[in-house]
Write a protein that binds this ligand. Structure first.
Ligand SMILES: [Mg+2]
Length: 248
């Protein structure tokens, strides 16, 4: 089989929270930003920490539920707006969306760093002729995510960069894998999936006939068997499937 493309999960596959601040610091930063944002729209509130917490908890709760049910991305801004309204804080949908962006602590500030060898892995796979793509479950996409990739040294000019919140579906929903394959211009059987979740990455990709590599993590599914298992990303370069793109 000739493989031509590799799709990567990001979180705990290519980067991780190497140096994340303690939860109390996250909460303090979020509260400060909520306060600054609400002041900027002339809506001072008594307890900005509570606003930040209610908004953030609503997002996490909605994402958790979506992962357990239909894997459709919730409208996080609408959910935060409604949760805040129940606490007597009235925001427009647009302001609720801006508040969520404001309180989201990400990238280097969130302690995110690439695993050692991740960039070299990507550069080597590209030099071997593979197209490379990202497929990630995230509630924030857009420029913010691209900036975080850059800060982590993972801005390689991806051939596909597919974020669940932009597609409307979370892995392992087929729709997000279809988008990734379409953006790569490849079929499942010519594509390799690399990720740390058996349920979301490995099972989702196997439904499309992809070869799969699992970064060993706490198993989150039973009866899912990847083709290759690794601990250090550099091990992928020794896997026969990724030795090079064959023609034909
Ligand atoms: Mg992951």
């Amino acid at each position: 089989m000739a493989f031509r493309a590799v799709l990567f999960d990001i979180g705990d596959t290519l980067w991780h929270a190497a140096d994340a601040p303690p939860p109390a610091k996250f909460r303090r930063l979020a509260a400060e930003r909520a306060q600054a944002f609400l002041a900027s729209i002339s809506m001072p509130v008594k307890d900005p920490a509570l606003v930040a917490r209610v908004a953030w908890d609503s997002l996490e709760g909605a994402m958790r539920e979506a992962r357990q049910t239909d894997r459709r991305e919730p409208d996080y801004a609408a959910i935060a707006r409604d949760a805040l309204r129940a606490r007597g804080v009235e925001l427009s949908l647009e302001s609720a969306a801006a508040l969520m962006e404001a309180i989201y602590v990400s990238g280097p500030e969130g302690g995110k760093a690439a695993y050692p060898g991740a960039r070299q892995l990507l550069d080597t796979l590209r030099s071997r002729g593979f197209k490379l793509g990202i497929i990630t479950n995230r509630a924030f996409g857009g420029e913010r995510f691209r900036d975080d990739l850059k800060a982590a040294g993972l801005d390689i000019g991806w051939d596909a960069n597919v974020v669940s919140v932009e597609v409307g579906y979370l892995k392992p929903h087929p729709a997000i894998f279809e988008r990734a394959l379409s953006d790569l211009g490849e079929t499942g059987t010519r594509t390799v999936m690399v990720g740390n979740s058996l349920a979301e990455d490995i099972a989702g990709a196997q439904a499309f006939g992809m070869a799969t590599a699992w970064k060993r993590s706490r198993p989150d599914a039973e009866g899912v068997t990847p083709d290759f298992t690794f601990d250090d990303v550099s091990e992928l370069l020794e896997w026969s499937v990724l030795k090079g793109v064959s023609v034909g």
